[in-house]
Design a protein around this ligand. Structure first.
Ligand code: R5P
Length: 272
């Protein structure tokens, strides 16, 4: 693999353990001002120092992140449809490679929709992006988006991840599922997981723990961090599981205990 690609990847997936905590704040590209991401600047700022990388669009990057920041950028470069559109899978490449270089992106991110109406188009997008990225030493993260009609099971996710890797993705993001180790086994590049819809803090930490145990190389997590009432503690707890191999109980004790939290609130967090 090209030196530049390896170097950029090592900024996202820490070489000490090969793992990474990517903070996802790209949701607005099709969802608009999602709850607790209405003002991205406010959401992002306190979390930045706890993340290994930040996944977002160029619009939010330019307007909501200081250009002096040294956080590695995972630039979402696919889109072109919204939740009001005819079909979410109808995506195109929305940002040029020149723009990605201008904003000093460490990685490019693009969604593929395997099994959906626009499968072919999104797979072509991925192949084209890998070709472009490789010209300049920029790795590509393939996001395996799951259409409403698809089951989020190991068979489907393994297929999507493998297709992404075969087309040249350097990193793949998918969802945790039963028999997740099969998804990882079938994918020759590192797999990271999305958090998905907001769960309780304990459930989201369990999800993180199980994914790492079953072979994930990290997380690309958004809502379960910034929609929590305790986003800083949440990202710290996720980090301690990903990088320090803490258990869920240990991560709750390390971070939520320090918080000036009412004891009944803490008990709820630990038991639910
Ligand atoms: C989809 O909207 C994006 O690719 C998100 O970045 C991804 O799903 C991760 O965010 P969350 O943990 O909120 O699912």
């Amino acid at each position: 693999m090209d030196w530049g690609i390896r170097n950029r990847l090592s900024r996202i997936m820490k070489p000490q353990d090969g793992k990474g905590v990517m903070l996802a704040v790209d949701h607005g590209y099709f969802l608009g001002p999602t709850e607790r991401l209405e003002d991205p600047k406010k959401t992002i700022k306190p979390l930045l120092k706890h993340a290994d990388s930040l996944m977002l669009t160029r619009g939010v990057l330019r307007t909501c992140v200081d250009s002096e920041s040294d956080i590695p950028i995972v630039l979402r470069v696919s889109g072109g449809t919204s939740i009001l559109g005819e079909d979410l899978s109808n995506e195109t490449i929305t940002t040029s490679i020149e723009e990605a270089i201008r904003v000093n992106a460490s990685c490019l991110a693009l969604s593929i929709f395997v099994g959906s109406k626009y499968e072919h188009q999104t797979l072509k997008n991925l192949s084209k992006l890998v070709d472009e990225g490789e010209k300049y030493g920029i790795p590509v993260l393939a996001v395996t988006a799951v259409g409403k009609e698809m089951a989020r099971d190991a068979r489907y996710l393994a297929l999507s991840c493998r297709v992404a890797a075969e087309l040249g993705a350097h990193l793949v993001k998918t969802y945790y599922c039963e028999n997740f180790e099969k998804v990882v086994e079938g994918c020759p590049v590192p797999v990271i997981i999305a958090g998905g819809k907001k769960l309780t803090e304990k459930e989201a930490l369990n999800l993180t723990f199980n994914a790492i145990r079953d072979g994930a190389s990290g997380v690309d997590m958004g809502r379960n961090i910034w929609q929590s009432d305790h986003p800083i503690e949440m990202i710290q707890a996720v980090r301690s599981i990903v990088h320090d191999r803490q258990t869920v109980e240990e991560s709750i004790n390390s971070f939520f205990m320090n918080k000036n939290m009412r004891s009944n609130e803490l008990e709820t967090l630990k038991t639910r």
